[in-house]
Design a protein around this ligand. Structure first.
Ligand SMILES: O=C(O)CCC(=O)C(=O)O
Length: 263
């Protein structure tokens, strides 16, 4: 495990991502799939117009709106399981904190195109994006519920600024569009049971198809500048005191709760 976690850290630091194939057993995946499908069906019913017109993801999966307390606790225990924490601690050694969860699915409209982006581009202007990719760390852990085409990423872009082609496509400048192919892109196909770990600030896009349903867990490094991400966390997607007692290893959530209480 020590050797594995060193390799994970090395890949993450150098490339901005790594994949662990068949990390979860079929029994673990079946239990997760049941809860995720319950959320997804209720969410779609409740958001039918948004779903049919433009959606490609939902968020706040651990919240109370669509799941029972029992399902929420099961999800919290999955997110902070020893298997998950071994990965999380390998990439964020000091103070990893829970941020959110998202579910990515195929757009209802099959003509809707995917798009290259860095997650930080939706919150920061260009100069701040350059700073934030060096200063903070938000990590996505993608757990595909079914086999899926996966993601396309630009290896190493978590630590460096865009080249001209990447910038024009991602920002839709100079008549380029964000769904155009990038010569630096690498496709990462994924299967149920795999985990794909990647930096939210690297250049990436989802690959649509196979009626995918990908459960993404977002965590952040809460040390230094990273503490700002506590503001992004919705209270309802965190466990309450009763749930905390039923979570085997609540440290990931307690780190977020402590930061929010200090803010
Ligand atoms: O899978 C997708 O559609 C996009 C995924 C993504 O952008 C993300 O996880 O940040």
């Amino acid at each position: 495990m020590v050797l594995e976690s060193r390799q994970w850290k090395q890949s993450y630091d150098e490339q901005g991502f790594f994949v662990i194939n068949q990390y979860f057993t079929s029994t673990e995946m079946a239990a997760l799939r049941e809860v995720i499908l319950r959320f997804h069906e209720r969410w779609k019913e409740d958001n039918i117009t948004f779903y049919q017109e433009e959606a490609f993801n939902s968020s706040l999966i651990t919240g109370s709106q669509y799941l029972t307390t029992e399902d929420q606790i099961n999800l919290f225990n999955f997110i902070s399981s020893n298997k998950m924490m071994n990965i999380i601690n390998s990439v964020i050694s000091s103070m990893p904190a829970f941020m959110n969860t998202q579910l990515f699915f195929d757009p209802f409209n099959k003509q809707q195109a995917n798009f290259w982006h860095r997650d930080c581009q939706y919150d920061y202007d260009i100069e701040d994006q350059k700073r934030i990719i060096q200063a903070t760390q938000v990590v996505h852990l993608r757990v595909p519920i079914f086999d899926e085409p996966g993601m396309e990423i630009v290896p190493g872009s978590h630590k460096r600024w865009d080249n001209e082609e990447e910038y024009n496509i991602r920002q839709e400048e100079n008549n380029r569009l964000s769904h155009e192919p990038l010569s630096t892109g690498q496709k990462i196909p994924l299967n149920a049971g795999d985990v794909f770990v990647f930096s939210a600030d690297m250049i990436h896009r989802g690959l649509y198809g196979l009626d995918r349903l990908a459960f993404d867990i977002l965590v952040f490094d809460a040390t230094g500048d990273g503490a700002i991400y506590a503001d992004y966390v919705d209270d309802d997607c965190l466990p309450d005191n009763m749930m905390l007692k039923a979570i085997n290893n609540p440290t990931l959530f307690l780190n977020t709760i402590r930061l929010k209480n200090e803010a």
